[in-house]
Design a protein around this ligand. Structure first.
Ligand code: UT7
Length: 331
């Protein structure tokens, strides 16, 4: 599995936010664990973040854009409502032979993408599937709403999924959704239900709306459930996991999940403090950092677990393999 990532270029600190809304560095640190986040430059889009991450992932595993059979972009902030952002990425990469579609599963999108890619590869329909989690939540964040604007950052992470060799690769995934929670985290206007109008703009309905407490409760519950389910499916125990990569939304959610499973801190991947909540990008950016820093060794078991708008949840277990420069590796 080749991996790569990219971030928004402009840093936004807690001190910057103190000047924008009625908040404090102390509140943000204590209630969320976030210190900084990176924001995409004006004029750029989610597909630009995605393309940069994809190029790094391709280079990492020694593959070319022409090798790709399918491109999946998981995002809640597409360049446009349609066409799919994955088609922009296909164009940017020059991946002429690849099919492309987007996945909309909130912050669980990258895990949904990994499960989808594994299914296509296992079914032998495709050999090389590029999965990208890319989001520019700054574009739909209301910087007058202190309850949400302190949380989000922009970034992308990518992985190239190909047929596995030996016992390496994607071992198991499980996905879930509960549409009864659809209004808990949403962007109300601009779709078919509430088309854009002067009223929707005046009412700030084109910004993300969230009931933070409801999401928090859901997250703590499903992170444990999803982790247990996916480990059972893979025939593994919690002790077999070398690295946990939880969705990076709030340090208190991660702590609650960690305590429940009695996982030592050194086995948790964290980037929330530096990047904030990057939605679909949080997990693949952490995966890329762990792979490139040497934290991940061949044979290590990685558990990725996410939750998000929908409401959705998902978990995947991967056994890390050699990066095959120029050859197929890792389902
Ligand atoms: O990727 C998935 C998407 N999102 C999430 O996973 C988010 C999950 N939820 C959370 O992370 C937390 O619920 C938040 C960080 C969003 C909020 O933390 P909380 O501990 O649930 O705070 P709260 O909403 O209960 O608010 C507590 C107080 C309120 O003041 P009062 O009513 O007690 O006087 C808020 O108005 O904190 C106030 N508050 C703030 N104060 C300073 C809310 N936001 C801020 C802020 N700065 N930025």
């Amino acid at each position: 599995m080749g991996v790569g990532s990219s971030l928004g270029q402009r840093v936004l600190t807690n001190q910057d936010l103190e000047k924008m809304v009625d908040t404090s560095d102390q509140w943000i640190r204590e209630r969320t664990g976030i210190l900084t986040r990176y924001i995409l430059e004006q004029g750029e889009a989610t597909s630009d973040l995605a393309t940069r991450a994809a190029l790094k992932a391709l280079e990492h595993c020694g593959k070319a854009p022409e090798d790709l059979d399918l491109i999946l972009v998981a995002t809640a902030t597409p360049d446009m409502i349609f066409p799919a952002t994955s088609c922009m990425v296909q164009r940017n990469l020059g991946a002429h032979g690849a099919a492309a579609f987007d996945i909309l599963a909130g912050c669980s999108g990258f895990v949904y993408g990994i499960a989808t890619a594994a299914s296509f590869v296992e079914a032998r329909m495709y050999e090389n599937v590029l999965v990208i989690g890319s989001d520019a939540l700054s574009r739909i964040t209301d910087y007058e709403d202190r309850a949400t604007c302190v949380l989000f950052g922009d970034g992308a992470g990518a992985a190239v999924v190909s047929p596995a060799q030996g016992d390496e690769g994607i071992l198991a995934s499980c996905l879930g959704a509960d549409g009864h929670g659809a209004s808990v985290l949403c962007l109300p206007a601009g779709g078919s239900l509430m088309p854009a109008s002067a009223e929707t703009v005046a009412g700030r309905q084109h910004f993300l709306k969230m009931d933070g407490k409801r999401v928090f409760e859901f997250a703590v519950k499903v992170m444990g459930k999803a982790s247990r389910l996916v480990l059972e499916k893979a025939g593994l125990d919690i002790e077999d996991v070398s690295l946990f990569i939880p969705h990076q939304a709030n340090i208190r959610i991660i702590e609650a999940a960690r305590k429940r499973f009695r996982v030592p801190m050194e086995r948790m991947a964290l980037n929330l403090d530096r990047y904030g909540n990057m939605s679909t990008a949080s997990i693949p950016v952490a995966l890329d950092e762990a792979a490139r820093s040497g934290r991940l060794k061949v044979g290590d078991v990685v558990l990725m677990v996410a939750f998000g708008a929908g409401l959705t949840w998902g978990a995947s277990v991967v056994r890390w393999g050699e990066i095959a420069q120029g050859g197929g590796q890792n389902g």
